[in-house]
Write a protein that binds this ligand. Structure first.
Ligand code: OGA
Ligand code: MN
Length: 344
């Protein structure tokens, strides 16, 4: 019996067991059953998905750094209707912009981050500026106090998720970033959800030893709307389970640039990130280290592009950061069309 079969045999809370299996350090787990959408695909689990190539004009996808919809490599997973995995739909070089936004722009006010929970607003005003010096240093002096950027764990956007009460509320809202709104709407439209309204965002920042526990995202008031998830930097193992904790999850790799859409029957499934894994060298090198050519997105070729050039100085810091970190952004629609928050 293979190790995984042995782990599964006891039956109860199969999710927890597989979570522990993939989180284990010594000895490291066997990754041979992890679905890798960027590699050879297991035909009985992975189903290539045809998207509507005309859903978004090429000139529009290009403005947010995405390839034309017809070039997106989209997949479904056997047994998970509504789950869509898009293997890095970004144009070469354009992830730089989004990574810079996640590290330099989105942590800024009026958005909220974990550091605000125990620091005054003026101390969390310039997280980037206060951190770049130590992140640019050739090799950080030992025992040096971690920079604010290295202590960043989460940022919330739009309707700010309250981690204690697990609710969103009408009076805890700041404008959702327009660039991310545009990126999200185009991903959603490409997948057939042209009415998607990005209203809340949660950014998670992971170090190589971080994980994200088993959960369902159910705080949004309308569960018919899809939930989008974007990843940058180091790779991870993502576990997608069922409606019940006893349902054994499917493990898959998420690499930099990958996008997931949880919609329909997959919107309320248990999921978790038990482990961050090193990004395959060739993926990070081709997508991130390669200098984008002027026609490939760094210098916006399209009118109306939201992508601003990322300075070499900024990119040096981003690169240093993602060499040991992963960033995940989830974008959610909180309220259905015409819906409002209940009076409290
Ligand atoms: C979340 C989430 C998954 C990830 O933020 O709700 O499930 O890949 N994130 O980090
Ligand atoms: Mn989640």
């Amino acid at each position: 019996m293979c190790k995984m079969a042995a782990v599964m045999e006891s039956g109860e809370d199969a999710f927890k067991q597989l979570f522990k299996f993939y989180k284990r350090r010594k000895p490291p787990p066997d990754f041979s059953e992890v679905v890798d959408f960027s590699g050879n695909l297991c035909a009985d689990k992975v189903v290539p998905m045809k998207l509507n190539a005309t859903a978004v004009p090429d000139a529009v996808t290009s403005r947010v750094g995405l390839r034309p919809v017809r070039d997106w490599r989209a997949f479904g997973l056997q047994g998970y209707p509504g789950f869509i995995f898009i293997s890095n739909p970004f144009r070469r070089g354009s992830q730089r912009y989004w990574i810079r936004q996640c590290l330099k722009t989105y942590p800024q006010k009026p958005n909220i981050c974990n550091l605000d929970m125990h620091m005054s607003p003026c101390d969390t005003q310039n997280i980037w500026e206060r951190s770049v010096h130590s992140l640019r240093a050739p090799s950080p002096p030992r025992r040096q106090e971690k920079s604010l950027l290295e202590r960043l764990r989460w940022v919330t956007l739009g309707y700010h998720y309250n981690w204690d009460t697990k609710v969103y509320s009408a009076d805890h809202y700041t404008p959702f970033p327009v660039d991310l709104q545009s990126l999200s709407q185009q991903i959603a439209s490409g997948c057939g959800f042209s009415d998607f309204k990005p209203q809340a965002g949660i950014l998670n920042y992971y170090r190589t030893d971080s994980s994200l526990g088993i959960h369902v995202d159910e705080s949004e008031l309308d569960h018919n709307c899809p939930l989008l998830s974007f990843c940058f930097g180091q790779s991870s193992i993502f576990l997608l389970g069922g409606k019940r904790r006893q349902d054994p999850p499917t493990a898959m790799f998420m690499h930099s640039g990958d996008v997931m859409v949880m919609s329909g029957q997959s919107r309320l499934l248990y999921h978790a990130v038990p482990r961050i894994v090193p990004a395959p060298q060739e993926l990070l090198t081709t997508e991130l280290l390669t200098h984008p050519t002027p026609t490939e997105g760094q210098n916006p070729p399209e009118t109306g592009s939201v992508l601003e050039p990322v300075s070499e100085q900024d990119w040096t810091v981003c690169l240093r950061y993602i060499q040991s970190s992963r960033i995940n952004m989830t974008v959610r629609q909180v309220l259905g069309a015409g819906q409002s928050f209940p009076q409290s």
